[in-house]
Ligand binder design. Structure first.
Ligand SMILES: [Zn+2]
Length: 399
């Protein structure tokens, strides 16, 4: 176990009708002027947003509403949100929705508390961000999609043109997340599936570490997240209304990305960096992009850490270990993971993705060159250092 700090200050308010407690938890923060941020989609049409706003107003809170968030949230709306907050002296941000809405809220919070341009926190110069935030407005979440874990994480991803950039900082962590599993019961199968892949991926990025052994606790915590997803996905395919499965997936979303499964280990995160370029280029759903990138990444890097990939194949994917041919066991584990993604209706190859198809080599190189670097030598990843040429190979394997 490597030296580390662990912080997870987000209060999870879990259960049926949990959203009724929203005004209470905003009051607890000493706030009274609330921006309610959403995507103008199902959350609005279903009446949820109006129901929440009514609850806040009944409690005497002042509410301003800002809809219009799109998947891969855009900088333009973030800037608009910052102006709206300043004009209305907003002191609390409430995201009603999933990852995109939460990230848009986080970026607005960073911008309101900063005199410069909010993009400074996302843009980089020579591999370092142009500015690092020190404060934000307090944020709360009424979660309607279990996926990104943004409701309890320090991360925030925003898209500016075809650039998708992130700002990971503890000031981004929401004060509370309202988790009523019933609010996720009407999610279509595609979004449920994308969410489950994303939840698994956040613990996979931590599970596949560069350290050799010694992480007994977090190995087991990561594997618990994987098993929960493997168990709940077929239940939800059969019956999308299953409360227990929805509840388990919802809480897994938060615990998979609040840092818990990464205690003492160095996460890899290459799959996320590569996927960000894929969804920046083709505007594919993050979880759908990961279902394509993760198996290709695994096939390319497993020889660097065979023991970890062997553990994943046997302990998670249920492959019987062939100790004479561990490589076959590992490959079977990756194949079963792909089968699992496909069983949820997701393509696991670029050519099968709607809106993507066969990707030209030049586009692959363009995306690979654009990946935000991690190490001073221009590479990403910890399991295996990946340079532009390696990333192109991973795109080819994903083709
Ligand atoms: Zn993710």
């Amino acid at each position: 176990m490597e030296a580390c700090t662990f912080l997870s200050p987000t209060r999870l308010v879990i259960g049926r009708d949990a959203e009724a407690q929203t005004p209470h938890w905003i009051r607890q923060e000493g706030c009274s002027r609330v921006l309610v941020h959403h995507d103008s989609g199902y959350v609005k049409q279903s009446g949820l947003v109006d129901r929440i706003i009514a609850l806040l107003r009944e409690d005497g809170l002042t509410v301003v509403e800002l809809g219009g968030v799109v998947p891969n949230p855009r900088l333009a709306l973030v800037r608009e949100g910052i102006c709206v907050c300043r004009e209305n002296q907003i002191d609390f941000l409430l995201a009603v929705g999933g990852g995109s809405v939460i990230d848009s809220c986080k970026a607005i919070g960073l911008g309101v508390a900063y005199d410069g341009d909010v993009w400074d926190f996302f843009a980089e110069k020579d591999g370092v961000p142009m500015a690092v935030p020190t404060r934000s407005l307090p944020i709360g979440v009424v979660l309607t999609i279990a996926a990104t874990g943004s409701e309890a994480s320090n991360s925030c991803v925003v898209t500016n043109g075809d650039l998708k950039r992130f700002c990971d900082n503890d000031v981004n962590r929401p004060r509370f997340a309202i988790e009523n599993p019933l609010l996720t019961c009407s999610l279509p199968p595609f979004q449920t599936a994308c969410g489950i892949v994303d939840i698994m991926s956040h613990s996979m990025e931590r599970y596949f570490t560069c350290e050799e052994g010694g992480n007994y606790l977090t190995d087991a915590l990561c594997e618990a997240v994987f098993r929960t997803c493997l168990t709940c996905a077929p239940i939800l395919r059969e019956n999308p209304q299953n409360y227990q499965a929805r509840a388990n997936v919802m809480v897994a979303s938060s615990l998979s990305h609040n840092g818990l499964t990464g205690i003492g280990r160095t996460g890899d995160w290459a799959s996320h960096f590569i996927e960000h370029e894929l969804s920046g280029e083709f505007d594919v759903t993050h979880g759908a992009g990961l279902a394509v990138i993760i198996p290709a990444w695994m096939r390319y890097v497993w020889p660097e850490r065979p023991n970890l990939f062997l553990a994943f194949a046997t302990r998670v994917m249920g492959v019987e270990a062939d100790m004479d041919h561990p490589e076959l066991t590992i490959q079977e584990g990756i194949r079963r993971l792909e089968d699992f993604f496909r069983s949820m209706g997701l393509p696991t190859r670029l050519r099968d993705m709607p809106g993507v198809g066969r990707v030209d080599e030049r586009i692959m190189e363009k995306m690979a060159r654009r990946v935000r670097t991690v190490h001073a030598d221009g590479s990403i990843g910890w399991v295996k250092r990946l340079y532009t040429k390696d990333i192109v190979v991973i795109f080819q394997l994903a083709q």
